[in-house]
Design a protein around this ligand. Structure first.
Ligand code: TPP
Ligand SMILES: O=c1ccn([C@@H]2O[C@H](COP(=O)(O)O)[C@@H](O)[C@H]2O)c(=O)[nH]1
Length: 250
């Protein structure tokens, strides 16, 4: 399968991707929130994310009401829960302790997209890449579940990092929005990945990426002559491969 995507289109105010937004239990960047919220067809909070949303939108909370808040509700405060319930936001308790609140929130969102027959280009998640290490690793694991749950790209953004899992096949990533940071990486989180790339400073030519052997961190884009646009990055992999890239602070 050949997939084309501009990962940072979602953060461009002028970007044309249609998205749905999931907030996780991490500090929220208000600049990111403002841009993503306007575009999102559905918005959701996973449990304690609602506390952050409530806090960061003080003074304008009614303009930032999520469609639903889901989770095992061990983190959302009673005050925040009551606030959003009173405003008519759906509270969906997902008590299951075998999947994270992120995975369960994503599963609900995909159900809603299908039920409402929404045309969506990507699911964007804010949070999930910092705070507790086990939760960060779980976020990457959720991306693995997502490959079996949807054909939509699931993009996680927090602070100056973006992460997404490339499914086996060929991908073309446009990296010329102006929001890209310097670094990018290909990390074989689920197991060895035979990989070919172009458009990077350190390309791979059918090499196997594998922990303990070769991992492509601190990579960057192929330098272009002055005035020429940056070329897309192409990646072919035989197994799910984590792409991550720097995001310039807005
Ligand atoms: C083998 C195994 N290890 C650990 C767990 C525990 N576990 C996995 S996901 C999950 C729910 C986590 O919920 P979430 O709200 O995402 O994280 P929290 O902040 O509660 O840690 C739990 C308790 C399990 N069910 N199975
Ligand atoms: O340090 C953290 C803590 C949480 N997350 C993500 O947020 C959701 C919801 O968290 P709760 O603690 O249940 O409110 C969790 O499933 C993680 O995906 C995180 O990324 N980092």
């Amino acid at each position: 399968m050949d997939e084309a995507l501009t990962p940072l289109d979602c953060l461009l105010p002028s970007g044309n991707q249609k998205i749905c937004l999931i907030l996780l239990n991490q500090p929220i960047d208000k600049n990111y929130l403002d841009i993503l919220w306007k575009k999102a067809l559905l918005k959701a909070c996973a449990d304690g994310a609602a506390n952050h949303l409530h806090n960061i939108t003080a003074g304008c909370r009614d303009s930032f009401l999520p469609n639903y808040i889901s989770g095992d509700f061990d983190s959302i405060t009673a005050e925040v829960k009551a606030f959003y319930a009173d405003k008519g936001c759906k509270l969906m308790e997902t008590a299951d302790q075998d999947f994270t609140d992120f995975t369960k929130c994503l599963s609900i969102m995909l159900g809603q997209i299908q039920q409402q027959q929404l045309q969506v280009d990507a699911i964007v998640t804010l949070g999930g890449l910092a705070g507790r290490l086990d939760q960060t690793m779980a976020s990457i694991e959720t991306l693995h579940h997502a490959l079996n749950m949807t054909t939509l790209p699931v993009i996680i953004i927090q602070e100056t990092s973006l992460a997404m899992l490339l499914r086996p096949g060929s991908h073309t990533l446009e990296v010329n929005t102006g929001l890209e940071g310097e670094w990018c990486s290909l990390i074989p989180v689920g197991g060895p990945c035979q990989t070919c790339t172009s458009g990077l400073k350190w390309n791979l030519d059918n090499q196997v990426l594998q922990f303990g052997k070769l991992v492509s961190t601190s990579n960057t884009y192929e330098p272009q002559p002055p005035g020429e646009p940056r070329k897309p990055v192409t990646i072919t992999t035989d197994q799910p491969l984590l792409w991550s890239m720097g995001v310039r602070k807005l």
